[in-house]
Design a protein around this ligand. Structure first.
Ligand code: KG4
Ligand code: ZN
Length: 343
């Protein structure tokens, strides 16, 4: 069955056609980076307008690139939340109108759960139960994944998300929005041991929660100074900037890896599944590979194009949910700014 997925939860207008929950026929993503770059972050009002302007063309393009027409589609899936409410509304209302007019079933999905599904979509052989980690611009969550749709929460960030801390540090270093990939690139030239930034919550604590506000502040003070020791970040040398990027990145990622590995041991998980924008980071992948080697624990990541926001993961998850329970299809739902997928 072909599923048309639609995603408008933040600053990407995306549509995709996926066959049987796995085979990606098309995956169209219209990014709004240009629109928000000068503000250093997403401006909700502008995001909504751009979604409204583009959504029909992006869906058309997804069908065309997939080599299919609407009459071949058997199911529509859309992100219901969490995200920017105005942005979500554009996708949800468009999907409702389209599905209704064609008499197609419509499955509402959770954006963060779709990130988890993207890992499964790229690695269907994944051994379960797995420890799941979603590391994105809005979320940092650790959980036990018994199956797609069955999760048990272990911990989450108590303040900022890890991806957001990459974006803030990028902006401090004068790098463009969206910062993650730029920090990663700059970090390649730096020394990860140059600055001993704090590692979120104490490693001794048994908690599986995360915290990134302390790390962000430590980077801020290091770059800009404080009290009567203020300094101009523009005067940092290229090497100093690279050292900040590398040291920050190591501190931000190490905690994710340590807590995931500890959870895998404690709960005897058979694998680890990572998803969300930060899972595109190569240093994160290397740290996981190094950490899991002695435990003989497989760690899975989505293929790169499925790490950051996309609609293929939405179509995939929608198909899975519908196949498990056709009752998951409904027109009777609203967009939701906050929404937990850990049930
Ligand atoms: O999953 P995503 O596309 O959107 C949300 O659901 O938030 O994640 C975007 C986040 C941004 O904060 C971005 O800076 C971060 O993921 N990100 C990265 C990398 N690529 C994207 N962070 C670190 N390294 C990367 N290579
Ligand atoms: Zn996302």
């Amino acid at each position: 069955m072909l599923c048309l997925g639609i995603e408008t939860s933040c600053d990407e207008t995306a549509a995709a056609v996926v066959r049987d929950g796995r085979e990606i026929l098309s995956n169209i993503i219209a990014t709004q980076l240009d629109l928000h770059a000068e503000y250093g972050g997403v401006v909700p009002e502008l995001a909504c307008r751009r979604h409204a302007q583009l959504i029909d063309r992006i869906v058309e393009k997804a069908l065309k690139e997939g080599g299919v027409s609407l009459k071949d589609v058997g199911l529509v899936s859309v992100v219901q939340g969490p995200g920017l409410i105005g942005a979500l509304l554009i996708g949800v209302n468009f999907a409702k109108g389209l599905a209704w007019s064609r008499g197609l079933p419509l499955v509402p999905t959770n954006h963060v759960e779709a990130h988890v599904y993207s890992c499964f979509m790229s690695n269907p052989q994944m051994e379960l139960p797995a420890i799941g980690l979603v590391a994105s611009g809005g979320h940092t969550s650790l959980f036990i994944m018994e199956n797609v749709g069955r999760y048990r929460k272990l911990g989450e960030t108590t303040d900022d998300a890890v991806g957001e801390s990459f974006d803030k540090v990028a902006s401090l270093l004068g790098l463009p929005y969206m910062g993650g990939p730029h920090v990663e690139k700059l970090a390649l030239k730096g020394d990860a041991n140059a600055i001993p930034f704090p590692r979120g919550l104490s490693k001794k604590k048994k908690s599986y929660d995360f915290s990134y506000s302390g790390l962000k502040t430590a980077v801020l003070y290091h770059v800009k100074g404080y009290g009567n020791k203020k300094r101009d970040p523009d005067k940092l040398s290229d090497q100093e900037k690279a050292d900040v990027a590398a040291s920050f990145q190591e501190a931000a990622l190490e905690v994710l890896v340590q807590k995931s590995l500890r959870a895998a041991e404690q709960f005897r998980a058979k694998s680890i599944a990572v998803g969300g924008g930060v899972s595109a980071n190569q240093r994160l992948r290397t740290l996981f590979a190094e950490g899991a080697r002695n435990l003989a624990l497989p760690v899975y990541f989505p293929e790169r194009r499925l790490c950051t926001d996309n609609a293929a993961m939405v179509a995939g998850l929608g198909h899975w949910l519908y196949a498990q329970d056709p009752g998951s299809a409904t027109y009777d739902f609203d967009a939701r700014a906050s929404m937990d997928f850990l049930r």
